[in-house]
Design a protein around this ligand. Structure first.
Ligand code: NAD
Length: 491
């Protein structure tokens, strides 16, 4: 079935797969709509067995020559890829804002520059992966980071461009070839990425995009025994399925999953700064894995903290994400709105109190008012589970030990935020069991630093050398310093 390009404003986006350097239409397709107004944007190809097969074969073929290049030889091609992403900045911003509901301003100032950097930074840092020698008395070891092979990348709808490039950058720079399966609720910027790769002259098969749903296309890709790595960002239930499928082939998986991160406000915190940062948690309508969604505030300052946060929340501009002034956009899908509403309704039915919000917002069907829920127990569903909407919970504590116990009292362990006098906040942060935690700040993500979660929030780290550790096979070539004599007595 030939599929028409989707028109998003002035921009045309191919709905087809991109396999072996060419556009490939699907026999079947799925409908895509915008969360802004639920307008149908068009149809996108659904990957069947033959597309998965073609993409994996293409990636396998391309691996032979792409992996044989040095990082320095791959660098110009990847630099051009980053440049081509930059050339498409306007389209990428307009398209992701329309199909995922991400704020246009955030796309312009945050996501697109970061997407370029994700490719460029890892391409340059791969130069440092060249043979690292270790000298001992017995031998000279040459430690190599060899490309692992065909890499499957699966990304979620809340940040498709950012997360796809965050994985593609190190995977390609390390010499792997990739098959990307974009999220079916927001697949279009990944199609534009294929255009960028094509224009940059990435050899055919090095980067492939197979569109489709998770249960069919995604499941086929991650179960394929020819795949050497699976890099996934998404939800816990999907991660379990992927880990099982990849585990059957003993294929390493990197799993970046959900969060229920604490936002601790100690009694000596700068309350204005803490309240301003807490209000940021409503960004992207709360559809942010690393948001600190559980406000844990010292009982001495809780009323004052809430009083300072309320006007900031009241002033939030809720509306069309394509408008410059908008601060909170839509939720991605009617199913998600129902899910968010269900969490709030069940909490209230169980005795929780709403300090603000609690239901849909008048701007549109998929808009939800920023919400704060309190009067909660630690084992309440809304405290324990990721809501993934503009809903925060508030609990109070009397001393640091209690704050730490509440912070660590869920099965998640992605991130956290801690506001307080710096030494005090740092001491508390050290005791919070998560993959990262921001002290008196939020959202600083340096490419050289590790990112990832513990417990139910995931397995593995991405960023800097941690990405390369995952995407490479580390090999030790051992050269003895003295002539080697074979002997059974030898160690
Ligand atoms: P999801 O798990 O439903 O889907 C993620 C991706 O997996 C999609 O592309 C989907 O098509 C695919 N998929 C689904 N089933 C599959 C299967 N059986 N085999 C292979 N692929 C399959 O997640 P979502 O709803 O798209 O995203 C929201 C979740 O992602 C939240 O839990 C959020 O916290 C998490 N997330 C985590 C991070 C992080 O870095 N830790 C970042 C962003 C989002």
């Amino acid at each position: 079935m030939s599929t028409e390009p989707l028109r998003i404003g002035d921009h045309l986006v191919s709905p087809d797969h991109y396999i072996d350097g060419a556009r490939v239409p699907g026999q079947r397709s799925f409908e895509l709509f915008s969360p802004i107004d639920q307008r149908v944007l068009g149809h996108v190809a659904e990957g069947d067995e033959e597309h998965v097969e073609a993409a994996i074969q293409a990636a396998q073929r391309a691996f032979a020559s792409w992996s044989a290049l040095t990082a320095a030889q791959r660098l110009p091609c990847l630099e051009r890829f980053a440049d081509e992403i930059g050339r498409r900045a306007q389209a990428l911003c307009a398209v992701e804002s329309t199909d995922a509901g991400v704020l246009l301003s955030r796309m312009q100032h945050g996501v697109v520059p970061r997407a370029m950097l994700n490719i460029r930074w890892f391409a340059r840092h791969a130069l440092e992966l060249q043979d690292r020698p270790i000298d001992t008395e017995q031998a000279r070891h040459i430690v190599r980071h060899d490309p692992a092979g065909v890499t499957v990348i699966i990304t979620p709808w809340n940040a498709p461009l950012m997360l796809s490039t965050w994985k593609l950058g190190p995977a390609l720079a390390a010499g792997n070839t990739c098959v990307l399966k974009p999220p079916e609720w927001a697949p279009l910027t990944c199609s534009l990425l294929a255009d960028a790769a094509d224009a940059a002259g990435l050899p055919p098969g090095v980067f492939n995009v197979v569109q489709g749903t998770g249960a069919t296309t995604g499941a086929r890709l991650v179960a394929d025994p020819r795949v050497a790595r699976v890099s996934f960002t998404g939800s816990v239930p999907t991660a379990r399925r992927i880990a099982q499928a990849a585990g059957a082939n003993l294929v390493p998986c990197s799993l970046e999953l959900g969060g229920k991160s604490p936002f601790i406000v100690l009694e000596d915190a700068d309350l204005d700064a803490a309240a301003a940062t807490a209000t940021l948690m409503y960004r992207n309508a709360g559809q942010v894995c690393l948001a600190g969604t559980r406000l844990l505030v010292h009982e001495q300052v809780a009323d004052e903290f809430v009083a300072r946060m309320r006007p900031l929340v009241d002033q939030l501009v809720i509306g069309d994400p394509r408008e410059e002034a908008t601060e909170v956009g839509p939720i991605i899908h009617p199913r998600q709105v129902e899910r968010v509403q269900g969490f709030v309704d069940r909490a209230v039915a169980g005795g929780a109190k709403l300090l603000w919000g609690g239901g849909r917002h008048a701007f549109g069907a998929l808009y939800f008012s920023p919400t704060l829920v309190t009067n909660l127990q630690q084992d309440d569903e809304i405290v324990q589970n990721e809501v993934f909407g503009p809903v925060l919970t508030l609990q109070t504590f009397g001393h640091d030990d209690e704050a730490v116990a509440l912070a660590n009292g869920t099965d998640y362990g992605l991130g956290g935020v801690c506001y307080g006098e710096t030494a005090h906040a740092t001491a508390v942060a050290e005791r919070v069991r998560t993959g990262f935690i921001w002290v008196n700040s939020f959202g600083i993500r340096d490419l050289a630093a590790p990112f990832g979660g513990i417990k139910r929030s995931g397995i593995g780290r991405e960023g800097g050398e941690w990405s390369f550790e995952f995407f490479c096979d580390v090999k030790d070539i051992v050269l003895p310093k003295k002539p080697f004599r074979a002997s059974f007595a030898h160690r």
